[in-house]
Write a protein that binds this ligand. Structure first.
Ligand code: AMP
Length: 146
């Protein structure tokens, strides 16, 4: 399975914000949309960074709640790992595990076309494994005449 199949099921909507948006507003977006990360984009729509709930918790732990009036620019991760729609799901899962992050924006020809979370990846991986197990069971049953 590839990333395009996941986006087909969940859609390509990505919640984004500009880097000058306050961290308190970013937290509001995360809570409102029940998501774990916001992709930070420039005026051209290109990915500039990512802010996850973990970045906000880290900033509060380091500087207190005063940091909430700072902007996303102060805490975003700038080196964002992205993937293309034709990326294989198992590769993306392994990238997340190795990189210790749970979100990968999907970019095609420089344009943001979706995002895959570890939750999306696990859900589709389990469905894939179940389908394989079902097919194998049917194969064995057919072979045994049952
Ligand atoms: P997460 O597990 O996604 O909540 O993110 C954990 C940390 O990794 C945070 O500092 C994020 O800013 C960062 N992060 C999240 N996704 C990515 C990504 N695709 N590429 C690089 N860093 C990321």
């Amino acid at each position: 399975m590839n990333v395009a199949a996941i986006l087909k099921a969940k859609g390509g909507v990505v919640t984004t914000a500009r880097s000058d948006v306050r961290i308190e507003a970013i937290a509001g977006l995360l809570a409102h949309h029940r998501i774990g990360a916001i992709v930070i984009v420039g005026a051209d729509g290109k990915v500039q960074g990512i802010v996850s709930e973990r970045d906000i918790v880290k900033a509060i732990a380091a500087r207190g709640t005063m940091c909430l009036t700072e902007t996303a620019d102060a805490i975003m991760t700038r080196e964002v790992t992205t993937c293309e729609p034709d990326a294989r799901l198992d590769r993306v899962m392994s990238t997340m595990t190795t990189g210790r992050f749970r979100h990968v924006p999907v970019v095609e020809n420089g344009k943001l076309v979706g995002i895959v979370s570890i939750g999306d990846a696990v859900k589709h991986h389990i469905a894939e494994v179940e389908l394989e197990a079902h097919a194998l069971k049917n194969y064995v049953l057919a072979g045994s005449g049952g």
